[in-house]
Design a protein around this ligand. Structure first.
Ligand code: PHE
Length: 466
């Protein structure tokens, strides 16, 4: 007997869950940094154009594959076209590799939240604070386990009662918090020791006013590649997630509209994160403050900014880390669900059995990631030139190698083997017209594979001229 497949209760639930996946650490610790680095408005304009074209194409494709096959990634691709099973395996492997370290970082966020909520924010502004925390043996593991337990609990509750209900609460709350901090951030001003006064509004200019000074063709290409890489990571494609969520969408839902709403939400939060972070960092640390991204922006630079705010710093820091936890939690549940759902579809396991097995892998994997900063410490030179620990290695394999391969193969499968009509028919099934159809075909067949290939060669260190 075939069991009834889980499904979202409505389009709003789907949009918020998918937006929850899309809005994650990338929006907060990478988008603002790239925008500040790549000439402000120029990066933003290119990013928005890419989102409306490439983003729309890739996202529509994955959601449509999911809804058409009613399968999660491990089995979906071969249902689209026989012989493409390998693609399913790859795209299920990506979230399996990401889950352990995403949860370890979720633990770091929990730790910082507890620091700020107990009013000890200034301690976190200390230069060695972050390093001494991640190199300690037990604390990072404890926080990782707590974070992962929360994620696993939501997945245990299922698609409706877990993912959908949580997203409906957390996503609006996240939006309110980002807007609140963003408004605060543009209103601050500070005079530093040298007597120079900087205001939030000046910081806003760094973010939005395009700077073409010294822009070369090569420089333009860097901006384009940065924007493409960021977009690609930000909309959560090439890791099976949008296929999984798409497979839970009702047959009569308007996919075209939902895809536009998800992208709008993701881009809006990225821009708001820019308004929240760039002016605050600029006011207290000047333009050089924005030179850090990723963990060092979030766990080293920002605590220093909060400390400079004095008493309110603890409050702003608390709200900030709570907001980031919401963003990370909704992304983490999407990662875990992609794997659990894949195991259920491919092996006929129950939700609980699939969760138990993947849960153990992620839990122990995460512990190993945490130990990568002490017991298992090593310095590995990555093809990108930077050195890394276990976390960076997992990140490199999944993001720089496997994800581009999955994305390129998906474009080739849909563009050349199954045909773009597969996606168009699925979107138009309910009688609505798919928007930007011609553009979709041109991008999926030609432009996306080429641009993604360049991105791939760049990220594995083969292409070094750009
Ligand atoms: N899209 C998320 C972001 O922008 C990242 C993410 C990665 C989400 C992996 C799910 C899985 O941060």
């Amino acid at each position: 007997m075939e069991k009834k497949r889980n499904s979202f209760g409505g389009s709003l639930g789907f949009v918020l869950a998918a937006a929850g996946s899309a809005v994650g650490l990338g929006n907060i610790w990478r988008f603002p940094y790239l925008a500040a680095k790549d000439g402000g408005g120029l990066f933003i304009v290119i990013y928005i154009i890419l989102a409306l074209t490439f983003g729309f194409t890739l996202l529509s494709t994955e959601v449509a594959i999911g809804r058409r096959t009613k399968q999660s990634p491990l089995t979906a691709y071969s249902k689209i076209k026989k012989g493409w099973n390998f693609l399913g395996v790859f795209s299920c492997l990506v979230p399996m590799l990401i889950m352990p370290y995403y949860s370890a970082i979720g633990g770091w966020l929990l730790k910082y939240f507890t620091v700020f909520v107990t009013g000890q924010g200034t301690a976190a502004a200390n230069d060695n604070y972050f390093t001494s925390f991640i190199t300690s043996t037990t604390e990072p593991i404890v926080f990782h386990v707590i974070f992962f337990a929360a994620v696993a609990f939501i997945i245990y509750r299922g698609v409706n009662k877990g993912i959908e209900s949580l997203s409906k609460v957390l996503m609006p709350a996240l939006l309110v918090m980002v807007i609140g901090i963003a408004i605060f951030s543009v209103t601050i001003k500070h005079t530093d020791a040298s007597g120079a006064t900087r205001t939030g509004l000046q910081g806003l200019k760094v973010l939005f006013i395009p700077s073409f000074k010294g822009l070369t063709v090569k420089g333009f290409f860097t901006v384009l590649m940065d924007a493409m890489g960021q977009l690609f990571f930000s909309i959560s494609v090439a890791m099976g997630i949008m296929i999984t969520y798409g497979s839970y969408v009702a047959d009569d839902a308007n996919l075209d509209k939902s895809v536009r709403q998800i992208e709008f939400f993701d881009t809006a939060v990225a821009l708001l994160a820019g308004v929240m972070i760039v002016p605050a960092v600029f006011v207290f640390m000047g333009k050089e403050g924005m030179e850090a991204s990723g963990p060092s922006l979030m766990f080293v630079s920002l605590p220093k900014v909060f400390a400079q705010m004095g008493f309110v710093g603890n409050i702003v820091g608390t709200v900030f880390f709570m907001m980031v936890i919401f963003a990370a939690l909704t992304s983490a549940i999407s990662i875990l669900e992609a794997v659990v759902s894949s195991f259920m579809d491919a092996f006929g396991w129950s939700r609980n059995k699939a969760l138990l097995i993947e849960g153990l892998i992620a839990l122990f994997g995460g512990i190993i990631v945490c130990l990568g900063y002490n017991k298992f410490y090593f310095e590995l030179k990555l093809p990108t030139g930077s050195t890394g620990q276990i976390l960076d290695v997992l990140d490199y394999i999944s993001n720089s190698a496997l994800m581009p391969i999955v994305a390129i193969s998906t474009c080739i499968l849909i563009g050349w083997f199954a045909g773009p009509q597969t996606v168009i028919d699925e979107v138009q099934k309910t009688g609505i017209k798919m928007s930007r159809k011609l553009m979709f075909v041109v991008i999926i067949k030609f432009l996306a594979p080429v641009l993604l290939l360049v991105l791939f060669l760049k990220s594995i260190g083969v292409l070094t001229i750009i």
